[in-house]
Write a protein that binds this ligand. Sequence first.
Ligand SMILES: NC(=O)c1ccc[n+]([C@@H]2O[C@H](COP(=O)([O-])OP(=O)(O)OC[C@H]3O[C@@H](n4cnc5c(N)ncnc54)[C@H](O)[C@@H]3O)[C@@H](O)[C@H]2O)c1
Length: 451
Amino acid sequence: MADKYQRFTQSPVGKWLAPRLGLPQPAPLRRYQPGQPPLTGPAVVGSAPGGRLAKVVTEQIAAAGIDVRDEADRAEGTKYGALVFDASGITDPAQLREVYAFFKARLRSLGACGRTVVLGTPPELVSGRERIAQRALEGFTRSLGKELIKGSTSQLVYVAPGSEHATESTIRFLLSAKSAFVDGQVIRIGAAGTENAKVTAPADWDKPLDGKVALVTGASRGIGAAIAETLARDGAQVVVLDIPAQGADLSAVANKIGGSALQLDVTADDAGKVLVDHFTERFGKLDIVVHNAGITRDKKLVNMDESRWDSVLSVNLLSQLAINDALLASDVLGEGARFVGVSSVAGIAGNLGQTNYGTSKAGVIGMVDDTAPQLAERGHTFNAVAPGFIETQMTAAIPVMIREPARRLASLAQGGQPIDVAETIAYFANPASAAVNGNIVRVCGQALIGA
Ligand SMILES: NC(=O)c1ccc[n+]([C@@H]2O[C@H](COP(=O)([O-])OP(=O)(O)OC[C@H]3O[C@@H](n4cnc5c(N)ncnc54)[C@H](O)[C@@H]3O)[C@@H](O)[C@H]2O)c1
């Protein structure tokens, strides 16, 4: 799956040449395979005095089959798979030294594709010096992500007081190979009104979506097909949707995953009604809605005709709002339903020739911001992924001189795979992610743009 340049840097000549020329050296990323050990080495969990998360998170890590050790127990030469630090006890910026000291002492012992995670309290929920200290953690974890080598990643998880028990799906995801291309991210648990969210640990963590019914739009190829496959792998019954012109590819995806196909243009006036009727009649419910269908119609604004503007806004944003309205007005949604949007780094940083696309994808973020708190009142969640450079037909068409820098200008110095986006969506969909609401998680290898 490595691109040509990546293969070169892994060859004997490339291994010798790349560091001497100061060229990026993208590491092969460890991706999830059923049955593999969750981590390549033991995890260590540290805490600042007064932390409220270390104990529960240690139990969760051990329950995931990961060996949790103290440095003293670690056999000579063993590399850590993960370094986790509970910074929730830090109430003053001077205590940030605890974070420095924990990672400084252990970073050289972190193995390839290792995981670093800092846990804290959402700054907006505290005040004074504690707020300043907690906010400062973001600068630490994002900078650490830029320094880590060999495919290792760095994340910050803010956990609202009272949501300590709601962290398991996030910890499992971030420590596992499922988050291979997620780097430098900040995830909030227990925000957006989810204090009373019903967090249900799945009976089987390998099939967390057993019994769930999912819809994935734009699923005949690329990222959408990977999302459908991943949700099906995790046990969901999946309906894949695409425009009639993609009918043959759509059927192939449906057959491959044992799901069913629905040919529909999401911009049709009656799309919402068609979906409500379809899921009510066929399944009696709908639990997971993934708004993946999206298009680009690039032109600089001065040359952009109305149809380019209208079509992109219509597919990427307006149709999704209309479908959400129809679903929420009906009785079709299952208990603890999950809505997932697909934004883009272009919606965060902006992109030349993409005023229409950037607007629509920033609008997806607005949709999550506005809808997540309302959905929380009904026990549902709404999150989005924001992919960076993902290897698909869409990005293969980008001219090489633009494509190469886009791939390399990221901490992980490579493009992601559709599966990376899919794994993040499956994490949002997990029944244990009930308090993970209102998040935008970039799946971008910590791309430098818009970071
Ligand atoms: N590839 C990337 O690097 C990247 C980066 C950021 C965001 N994204 C987003 O990820 C999503 C998937 O991207 P992809 O690269 O797989 O694209 P893709 O073009 O390969 O797939 C998009 C799918 O959406 C379908 N679609 C388009 N209009 C539709 C409509 N009106 N109704 C139903 N289906 C429709 C298409 O037929 C296609 O199958 C998109 O929302 C895209 O904007 C992709």
